[in-house]
Structure formats: C-alpha cells, structure tokens
Write a protein that binds this ligand. Structure first.
Ligand SMILES: O=C(O)C(=O)C[C@]1(C(=O)O)C=C[C@@H](O)C=C1
Length: 334
C-alpha cells in the first residue's frame, strides 16, 4: 500500500525566514511537508542521511555575494555529503525590515531619527558613503543591540551606518531567529533585521523601518539539493515563472597547485566548447594555506547535451583537475 506520508523538504528556519519563503514558492504544502532546520549544515545533513527528500539553501545574494556556509558544504572537504546533488534553484526578492520595540520615551519619539541628519558621515576609508534609501519610522536612539544573519547585515550597510552607528552587532543563524530573539527582549533596546512576515508572526514587535536593504533589486538565489538525484521529474515542483527554461550546471574542482596554467586550461575547455560561464567561486581547500576548491557554474546540462559540448568541457576538467565533482544540472525558469 502506498504511504500517505508526504515527502519532506527542509530549510533554514525558524519559519518566516527567507529560506522558508523560497521553499513556499516551489514546494506546494498540499504534497510536501515543509520542515525548518536550525542551520544550513543541518539541511545538508538531513538530505545526506535520508531524513528528508530535498533541502533548500541560500547560495548567493545580488548585493552581498556568495553564501559561504553553503559553498563550504558543497566543497565537502571531508566527504560527508558525497551523495548530495543540486537539482534546481529559486529566486526571492529580499526586502528587509528593522523590528524591535518603540522607544518608550515620548520626548525621544518627537526627536528626529537617531543621528539627526539621515546622512552617512564621510570618513577617510569611505569618503563618499552610500545614502540609505529609506528612513526609520521611529526614533532609534535607544537601540543598543542589532541581531540578524550576517548576509542581511551585508545587504543593509547604508542604513546601519547611517541610523545605527555604534550599535553592537550580533550574528545569528537566520533573520527569523533574530526576530524571535528580539521578541523576547525585556530591555526594549534590541532590534532585528528580518522579513516583514517574521516580524508579524512574533508577538509584540514594532516595525521600526521598512525596506532598509541598500538596493531595490536585492535578490537571493537558493539551491534545491537532493540525494543522488538525476533530473527530479517525480518532484511536484511548481514553475515559478513562465518563460523559456534554460539549463545550468555546477561543478567543483581542485587543480594541482604547482602546475602553472592548470586553472586556465580548465577554463579554456569552456571556451573551446562554447559554453557560457555564469559564475566562478572559490573556498580555501584547508589542505594547505592559499590552496582553493573552485566552483564553476555554466549554461548547459549534462542530461540534455545533444552536441556533446558539456561532455567535452567536463572531459577537459577530468584531464586537468586533481579532483572534481559534478554537483548538478538543472532547468531554470527565470
Ligand atoms: O536568514 C534567513 O532568513 C535566510 O533564509 C538566510 C539568508 C541568506 O543566508 O542569504 C537568505 C536570504 C537573505 O539574503 C538573508 C539571509
């Protein structure tokens, strides 16, 4: 008899994180159980050890760049995640809020917003600081601590350096965790950067500012990971947008450190087979200082390669690289 249990997809929680929003775009709750995990490492573990069928992890943000926690797991230095494959991607428009507790002093509420001017102070290191695109909705002078995910801090530089100068920064595991922590604050002096959804779900949080990200087009890309999956045809994925589906492939590799030109030779394979590279990343190999694991993403699919161009480029990697791994090929809808 067929099991009535739904397959599980795991994501960085608690609920109302941006990762949760990404999962909700693609995995219908009618056929999937959406399960929050405490860390990105936990999402990888749960997928590798078969506790869940899929996981969703942030990989890069258009303002602040790569999510190193995810790259480090994909680098898989210790062979812990040997069966994990990348099978899809999801994009989320990210608009951050500042949430906390309004200043209880009515006199301060009448005052202006924190630094009085709303402009960043030029310094020797940053003579022309960028201006924040939004203003606080309340006075922020009482804020002493600011909680969020490190990626979110990097996306809100102008607002933080203008209105929250000198406030102590606390990195936590996700933006929704930050909202949860601040909702339990009894001093009234803590604030969090989180989504509006997370702020609304936590009791007793006031909205102190909206859209505090540096750029309007702030977008985070998430990867869908699975285990030993080829093309996940059995997954009940809802296409996020209509449009022509193109394909992407992600590989990781190391090159012999002492062989000059090895990296250039790997890259030349993509030129030779006329494959468009879309990103290059690296993380320390941790085998010796300043040796790296490289990640390359390109247009094309191992599973749909009629003229053998993807095979040609992968054969070049196989010939030149010290070690390499095909992390996945997937269809993209954007
Ligand atoms: O903290 C969250 O809400 C997450 O889902 C993580 C994460 C990330 O790591 O990039 C996702 C989207 C935003 O860019 C900020 C944080």
């Amino acid at each position: 008899m067929a099991s009535l249990e739904k397959p599980v997809v795991s994501f960085l929680g608690p609920i109302a994180s941006y990762s949760h929003q990404a999962v909700r775009q693609v995995f219908p709750e009618s056929s999937w159980e959406l399960r929050p995990a405490a860390t990105i490492d936990d999402v990888f573990d749960q997928v590798q050890f078969g506790e869940v069928k899929a996981g969703v992890v942030p990989i890069e943000n258009s303002t602040n760049g790569s999510v190193v926690f995810t790259l480090d797991n994909l680098a898989d230095r210790n062979g812990r995640y040997k069966d994990i494959t990348v099978d899809g991607e999801i994009f989320v428009n990210v608009h951050h809020c500042l949430v906390g507790h309004r200043n209880p002093s009515p006199l301060l509420e009448l005052d202006d917003h924190g630094d009085g001017s709303g402009t960043c102070t030029p310094t020797l290191n940053d003579p022309r600081p960028s201006k924040p695109k939004s203003k606080p909705l309340a006075n922020l002078r009482h804020i002493k601590r600011l909680y969020s995910h490190p990626q979110a801090f990097g996306q809100c530089n102008a607002f933080i350096s203008t209105y929250l100068k000198g406030v102590e920064i606390f990195d936590v595991s996700s933006t929704s965790k930050a909202a949860e922590i601040v909702s339990q604050d009894t001093t009234g002096t803590w604030a969090a950067i989180s989504s509006e959804l997370a702020a609304n779900l936590m009791h007793g949080l006031d909205m102190l500012a909206r859209s505090i990200e540096d750029r309007d087009d702030n977008t985070t890309r998430f990867l869908i990971i699975g285990k030993n999956t080829t093309v996940p045809k059995d997954w009940n994925l809802v296409k996020q947008s209509v449009g022509e589906a193109t394909t992407r492939t992600l590989v990781s590799f190391t090159v012999p450190h002492t062989s000059p030109g090895a990296l250039a030779e790997v890259l030349s394979g993509f030129k030779a087979y006329n494959l468009n590279l879309t990103s290059i990343n690296s993380r320390p190999s941790l085998l010796a200082p300043f040796q790296y694991i490289f990640f390359i993403e390109f247009e094309g699919s191992k599973y749909d390669d009629p003229d053998g161009r993807v095979k040609g480029a992968l054969d070049t990697i196989d010939r030149v690289a010290q070690s390499w791994r095909l992390l996945g090929s997937w269809e993209r809808y954007k």
